[in-house]
Design a protein around this ligand. Structure first.
Ligand code: ADP
Length: 245
């Protein structure tokens, strides 16, 4: 097919905290529709990179181009509106609300204010799709507080999808999941990547082996290497800093 056009193009990105370089000249290109994995030992700069993309942290140097627009210098809410969504390690689910109500609430963050005043019948297309993709349709009317750990993680991903982002940034989506839940999450990510571009921070090598296409390895604020799971796993530099622990 035609060469995939880049959705995200990061160039020479550096972040300095009190003289410490958390990111040091990072270049990263992610194509539209890609499912990209980001790994690296603790302190490598993974979260800082996501924080820069989403406007939480301002870089000392460099650029982040998203669908041709520069993100550096924009506010967080503006970046969300442009179609960048992320999960946080702290839960954003309202336990008293049902699954569909949580999805609807999430979707409303990207709707114009007037649409909240209009009475809506049924669920929006975005919410219906989020239910379907996450496999939570049968639990639509269950209180979120009754969900299992895995179902709750899927709901959080669903809440992002309901906002119809072009780029999703997911932080350790299989943390704490059972083997079955991991497998299902892998399928879910593959499905999401059919319509969105996804960057996943994930440490679980077994999960990567099954689901990753391209892996970017960060180490001490730099891109150590980029390649297939096998290339990354067999690379002596990577083994030394990451796998050889
Ligand atoms: P990772 O997500 O790969 O574990 P982080 O991006 O969280 O790594 O952190 C990269 C480095 O930057 C770490 O050494 C961390 O201590 C440091 N760091 C992150 N955020 C801040 C901050 N707000 N102030 C100072 N240092 C920070």
């Amino acid at each position: 097919g035609p060469a995939a056009e880049p959705l995200l193009e990061i160039r020479d990105l550096s972040v300095v905290f009190d003289g410490f370089r958390a990111l040091d000249g990072v270049d990263l290109t992610v194509a539209k529709g890609e499912l990209r994995f980001l790994i690296g030992p603790n302190g490598a700069g993974k979260t800082t990179l996501v924080d820069v993309i989403t406007g939480l942290t301002r870089p000392a140097t460099g650029s982040v181009r998203f669908a041709g627009a520069e993100l550096v210098g924009r506010r967080e809410h503006e970046i969300v509106r442009m179609g960048v969504g992320r999960t946080f390690q702290t839960s954003v689910v309202f336990e008293e609300l049902t699954v569909v109500e949580n999805l609807d609430l999430a979707a409303s963050f990207r709707r114009p204010l007037w649409s909240l005043l209009r009475r809506r019948k049924g669920v929006s297309d975005a919410v219906a799709r989020a239910l379907e993709v996450t496999g939570l349709t049968d639990l639509a009317d269950s209180a979120a507080g009754t969900l299992s750990h895995g179902q709750r993680q899927w709901l959080e991903i669903g809440m992002l999808i309901a906002q119809e982002p072009r780029l999703l940034l997911l932080d350790e989506p299989v943390a704490g999941m059972s083997k079955e839940e991991r497998a299902r999450t892998g399928e879910l990510l593959t499905r999401i990547a059919e319509e969105h571009t996804v960057i996943v921070i994930e440490h679980d090598m077994d999960f990567l082996r099954r689901h990753a296409s391209v892996v970017t390895v960060l180490h001490e604020g730099k891109v150590l290497m980029e390649g297939s799971v096998d290339q990354v796993r067999n690379d002596p530099k990577v083994r030394e800093v990451y796998l050889g622990r």
